[in-house]
Design a protein around this ligand. Structure first.
Ligand code: 2AM
Ligand code: CA
Length: 273
């Protein structure tokens, strides 16, 4: 039985409060699909409102903490003893917009440059993934451990397919070409935060994506690591939060996927010459 600490309780309370309205909004989006204007403006208002509710709750519970936000202005912590919240109010906005019930609220707490607590909450399924540094990862009360699969041909990997407006759109096909023939399956579910939580839960054996933002991955990285998984950039380097390039695996297949991504990089380089 997991014993949630005070800080996880604070985070859970904030996201669950915001989720009440968010789930109502999600149900409303279904009706808006058929409207002439479409649901885009409605969803961006839901996004902003969700973030605002979480920020208000966290400000009361932990005065003086800083914020790194997907929607609102960033603020630094009052002093070095205080942490910084990193918040994504809806990770998987495109899913939300299309009435696909696969999105999450992601909240992480950073202290002295380290993520010390993180939660990823899907308000539709009511699955709450959480982790605290050095204390393990959990979904609800159940402890999480990454999968034990060692052979790539048994593995299911998730990824993010680049979309309009992202740089390096052209590098993805080579990654798919090198990885696809070696694995049991590849999935694209559209929420990096949930992709990472699913790696921690052993549902996917790995996940790779580029051009992500800190709020997409901050909580998920800790959850994977605390579930004894491995997180790095594609080449094994560690500056994931700075570069937004992430490979998260069960650890056993990390080297193999790193090698395949390196092959893909060579193919892309050759294309440029
Ligand atoms: P978001 O929903 O918070 O924007 C999936 O590839 C990841 O990329 C998600 O974590 C998603 O976070 C982010 N993303 C940003 N813009 C996107 C878009 N237009 N389509 C799909 N994902 C997007
Ligand atoms: Ca996001």
């Amino acid at each position: 039985m997991a014993l949630q600490s005070a800080i996880i309780n604070v985070m859970e309370k904030a996201v669950k409060k915001a989720s009440i309205r968010l789930v109502r909004d999600f149900n409303e989006v279904e009706h808006l699909q058929v409207s002439r204007k479409g649901p885009a403006d409605f969803v961006s208002r839901a996004d902003v409102r969700t973030e605002r509710t979480i920020v208000e709750e966290l400000k009361v519970a932990r005065p003086g903490f800083g914020f790194i936000l997907e929607e609102g202005e960033d603020t630094p912590p009052e002093d070095a003893t205080k942490g910084t919240w990193i918040i994504d109010p809806i990770d998987g906005t495109t899913n939300f917009l299309h009435s696909i019930p696969h999105f999450a609220i992601s909240v992480a707490l950073e202290k002295e440059g380290e993520i010390v607590a993180g939660i990823v909450y899907n308000p539709v399924t009511d699955e709450l993934f959480w982790a605290e540094k050095g204390r393990g990862a959990f979904v609800g009360n159940r402890k999480l451990t990454v999968s034990s699969r060692k052979n790539l041909d048994d593995c299911v990997l998730a990824t993010g397919i680049p979309f309009m407006g992202k740089p390096n759109l052209g590098t993805f096909p080579a990654q798919l070409d090198t990885i696809m023939p070696k694995v049991a399956g590849i999935r694209r579910f559209g929420s990096a935060a949930l992709d990472l939580a699913f790696v921690a839960a052993g549902r996917y054996d790995g996940f790779w994506e580029e051009n992500l933002q800190p709020w997409d991955i901050a909580a998920g990285i800790l959850i994977v690591r605390e579930a004894r998984g491995m997180v790095s950039e594609f080449d094994g380097r560690a500056k994931v939060m700075q570069t937004g390039q992430i490979l998260a695996t069960n650890g056993s297949i990390h080297g193999s996927v790193t090698r395949l991504l390196s092959e893909a990089r060579k193919i892309n380089r050759a294309k440029q010459i």
